[in-house]
Design a binder for this molecule. Structure first.
Ligand code: HEC
Ligand code: HEC
Ligand code: HEC
Length: 501
């Protein structure tokens, strides 16, 4: 299943020159496709946003099925336009956003951050397109409309988030949260049923969830090991290796969907998977698990206390685990303190690293309080994924399909849930395939495949790494050194340290 697409290395300048040449050939013909109807009439900021997007030709490229204009068939134009459209859709699907705005739905944080960044940098529409579509570039008023919309949308996001997690934001904190792509993490515990969560903590470490009593959730998601296992491919029952690296459970409560491919809607649904997955915990059925736990009078009593008469069931076991996972938020990192106004909380290099993180669009995907987990993004927006797999040393296989595995939409192949970057210094190796052994390597690979600055200097990489090291937060379970009694953890540890250099 090797990728058949050709390499799409970003080369704005070249594409632009090509189309310019076409303009010369065609003379004034392009007047016919110039932008018209630019008057902005609706007063609501949503309406004006949609008008700007529609009037400025943004949808000519940013849609899964962009319309084809007659002139695209002309020599020199076809092909280039195709490529632009193909590339544009990899970054953002503005048609879907317009539809959602029209339907009054929430817009995901990464899309808002992307629109903010592209508007601030005045990078859209592409120069070549603007040249042949007079009036399609954003004027100051239109930029103001887009940025005003961004502000309104982010305010709504931040307020909903603050309410959900019990954060009290004064005016200054709200202003800060709205003006930055990353916001502080809340304290854990708000709205959590502590009895249920403490039961969940124990179930999370209970090897009776596995078929042969060797593995617990904590075997692969060690709380004192960044919430994962330090290996590239988690080792399940009987030592079978899975195809992907275990993501951290810390801050996973913020993910829009769970798993690299988003196949579980929320934490409770996620927790139902591993226990009966033959290569993970390998229990035959949930009934077997329930039966094993019911043999333990103390467990029966504890479930009765929390859940009343329903007692031990799959539903209640997974609910308890999910409740516990809500406690795994890691606030008060040096960077959070910096965001809250303590300028000395991080080094000057780390602060510069944050600026670079924004400058090179990293913060458009790694956005929000957990710096990720909000969207599925293509691995290889700028440099093609095929090259990534080639460099990795083994061909793409099923586990590399990403979101495609769930949607079967070819546009979703190699799209992965953006990992959250909180505590990232603790969660090596990196990426869905665990192929990136150090933060330096992961950052360089990101530059190459996701940005138009493929060859960062050592200084840039080091500053960003410094910034990422300032993401390590606090949580009482980060020192919870409890290994399920008879699991294979020591073996994992050896493996982890083997891959570390
Ligand atoms: C001719 C095709 C084309 C048109 C028209 C166009 N874009 Fe783009 N857009 C692209 C391409 C290609 C990219 C990928 C990045 C790049 O090449 O700079 C992109 C990237 C983006 C991004 C993502 C930036 C990032 O790196 O995350 C946003 C947001 C965006 N465009 C918004 C717009 C808006 C708003 C308009 C209308 C004002 C627009 N685009 C018009 C082709 C287009
Ligand atoms: C054998 C190792 C293993 C065990 C045991 C295990 N997991 Fe996982 N976990 C993984 C792997 C690997 C993934 C990623 C799988 C994927 O995305 O396809 C994952 C994904 C997750 C995620 C999704 C996080 C995200 O960012 O998408 C959560 C949450 C999670 N596991 C919690 C649990 C819980 C709770 C249990 C116990 C019921 C458990 N895991 C048992 C290896 C394991
Ligand atoms: C277009 C969206 C996008 C942009 C832009 C982006 N990333 Fe990523 N990032 C991802 C995705 C998707 C992954 C997961 C890739 C995988 O698992 O194969 C990732 C993974 C990472 C990881 C590894 C985290 C882990 O736990 O595995 C780091 C570190 C990282 N990115 C940093 C950066 C930096 C620094 C930049 C800017 C230079 C950046 N990213 C730009 C989408 C993006």
């Amino acid at each position: 299943m090797a990728d058949e697409k050709t390499t799409n290395t970003k080369s704005k300048g070249k594409i632009g020159l090509g189309v310019l040449a076409a303009v010369v050939v065609l003379g004034g013909v392009y007047v016919g496709v110039s932008m018209s109807g630019r008057a902005i009439t609706a007063s609501a900021s949503d309406g004006r946003f949609v008008q700007v997007i529609e009037n400025n030709g943004c949808l000519a490229c940013h849609s899964s099925e962009p319309e084809t204009a007659w002139y695209e068939a002309l020599p020199g134009v076809s092909g280039m336009m195709e490529k632009d459209k193909d590339n544009a859709y990899k970054f953002i699907d503005l048609q879907t956003i317009v539809d959602k705005v029209n339907a009054g739905e929430m817009i995901d944080a990464p899309s808002v951050s992307k629109i903010e960044q592209a508007t601030k940098n005045n990078s859209m529409p592409l120069t070549n397109y603007a040249t042949v579509h007079p009036g399609s570039s954003l004027n100051a008023e239109e930029q103001g409309i887009l940025l005003g919309w961004v502000k309104e949308r982010r305010t709504a996001q931040v307020q909903a988030f603050a309410e959900q997690y019990g954060m009290e934001l004064d005016d200054a904190a709200l202003e800060k949260a709205v003006s930055e792509p990353v916001m502080v993490l809340p304290e854990p515990g708000y709205g959590v049923d502590m009895d249920m969560a403490m039961l969940g903590l124990d179930v999370y470490h209970d090897t009776r969830l596995s078929g042969d009593n060797t593995l617990a959730c904590a075997s692969c998601h060690q709380l004192s090991h960044g919430g994962e296992d330090g290996t590239a491919h988690a080792r399940g029952i009987t030592g079978s290796l899975g195809g992907v690296s275990a993501p951290t459970v810390y801050n996973s409560v913020f993910n829009v969907l769970q798993f690299w491919d988003g196949r579980a809607d929320h934490l409770q649904a996620q927790a139902a998977g591993p226990p009966t997955n033959p290569i993970e915990m390998g229990s035959e059925t949930w009934d077997d698990i329930v039966k094993r736990l019911k043999e333990d009078p103390e467990m029966v009593q504890r479930f009765d206390k929390v859940f009343g008469s329903s007692g031990i069931t799959e539903e209640n076991i997974t609910a308890a685990i999910a409740e516990f996972e809500k406690l795994l938020i890691t606030p008060n990192s040096p960077f959070d303190k910096y965001l809250m106004g303590d300028e000395g909380a991080i080094s000057a290099e780390a602060a510069q690293g944050y600026d670079l993180f924004k400058k090179y669009y990293c913060a458009t995907c790694h956005t929000g309080a957990s710096m990720g987990g909000q969207s599925f993004e293509l691995l290889g927006t700028v440099t093609d994924a095929a090259q990534y797999f080639e460099e990795r040393g083994y061909e793409a296989f099923e586990a590399d399909d990403g979101r495609f595995a769930q949607t079967e939409d070819e546009n979703d192949r190699y799209r992965f849930k953006v990992p959250n970057l909180r505590n990232v210094e603790l969660t090596d190796p990196y990426f869905h395939d665990g192929s990136q052994l150090s933060l330096q390597q992961a950052v360089r690979t990101m530059f190459k495949y996701q940005t138009d600055h493929p060859n960062p200097t050592d200084d840039e990489v080091n500053k960003i790494v410094e910034f990422l090291m300032a993401q390590t937060g606090e949580n009482e379970y980060m020192t919870y050194d409890f290994y399920p009694s008879n699991n294979l953890y020591p073996e994992y540890k050896t493996e982890a340290s083997d891959t570390e250099n």
